[in-house]
Ligand binder design. Structure first.
Ligand code: AMP
Length: 294
């Protein structure tokens, strides 16, 4: 999907493992006044990640992609253990994409006292505790902890995140406001497979049957999007849940229509900032997806 100009392929990707190395590599570039972008990821890269790199390249002179499977944001140790880590594939993708730096630190580099926890408690507002925050307790404290550390290491002018993790972007913006950080946060649209499934590193865990069943999630969201003006909230949600129930082995955590800032369900049709979000286990794999309605 992201075809690369030949000139981009000539660039050399620098692989960096420590904060000290990263700081010394970026220092001369910053001294020249170049604009630095950060794209934080957990690796197992796909076209969704590459769309963030492509947007970062449009907006900045130097693009740093981080790959770090952050243990403090996982609530299920098995999920952390089985998270895919295809590093050679990732490096190849970033090289072909013309990314300048990939920062791949060890857990000890980011958390010297690991597995002893470090102090981190930040007020992210009430939206921290709903949706993903309800099903994955403490998840956004872990996410903001690592993103803060990455911001501190890279000191980017701008950082890119995907709308795929809608609540995550809100939490990061809340952290930036709360701590008064000097970094611009950009949100990029969801990249989907041709049949509608939102791309995700976790899709690799779906069996062929799960993969077929997973389509009910995007179908339900598109149903809400297309019928939003025509149906009441209760009809929209009931009909969309029926679509999800058509697939066996899909265990719904939530399907909801919310205000994009508070993440609380809306009861009256609003003309802006309305989002429908879904989370479900498909077989053994937990997937999330959303559509911005207006
Ligand atoms: P992850 O590696 O899953 O932590 O994701 C790293 C970044 O890529 C996050 O900002 C995600 O929201 C974003 N991302 C993941 N999947 C997609 C997708 N399908 N489309 C756009 N962005 C995505």
């Amino acid at each position: 999907m992201y075809n690369l100009a030949p000139s981009k392929q000539d660039k050399i990707l620098e692989v960096i493992a420590t904060v000290a190395e990263l700081e010394s590599s970026l220092k001369p570039l910053k001294a020249k006044g170049l604009k630095i972008a950060l794209v934080p990821t957990m690796g197992a890269l796909h076209n969704g990640h590459l769309s963030l790199i492509a947007e970062a390249q449009k907006k900045a002179d130097v693009v740093v992609c981080s790959i770090f499977v952050n243990p403090t944001q996982f609530t299920d140790p098995k999920d952390l253990e089985k998270y895919p880590r295809p590093l050679e594939h990732d490096i190849k993708m970033l090289t072909e994409a013309g990314c300048n730096f990939v920062f791949m630190p060890s857990v000890k580099e980011m958390y010297p006292s690991y597995p002893s926890p470090e102090n981190w408690a930040i007020d992210l507002g009430n939206a921290e505790y709903v949706l993903e925050g309800e099903f994955r307790k403490g998840h956004y404290q872990g996410v903001t902890q690592i993103v803060f550390k990455l911001f501190d290491a890279v000191k980017p002018d701008v950082a890119f995140f995907g709308q795929k993790d809608f609540q995550q972007v809100l939490m990061i913006k809340n952290m930036v406001n709360e701590l008064g950080l000097d970094v611009e946060i950009m949100t990029c649209p969801i990249i989907r497979e041709e049949d509608g499934l939102a791309m995700s590193s976790r899709n690799i865990h779906l069996s062929p049957t799960d993969r077929a069943h997973s389509l009910v999630l995007s179908k339900a969201l598109f149903f809400i999007e297309q019928n939003y003006e025509k149906q009441s909230f209760s009809d929209l949600l009931r009909n969309a849940k029926q679509i999800i129930n058509e697939a066996p082995d899909v265990e719904l955590d939530y399907l909801t229509i919310v205000d994009g800032d508070t993440l609380l369900p809306i009861t009256e049709k609003a003309h802006q900032n309305t989002v429908a979000l879904v989370a479900a286990k498909v077989g053994e794999t937990r997937l999330i997806d959303n559509v911005i309605i207006n």
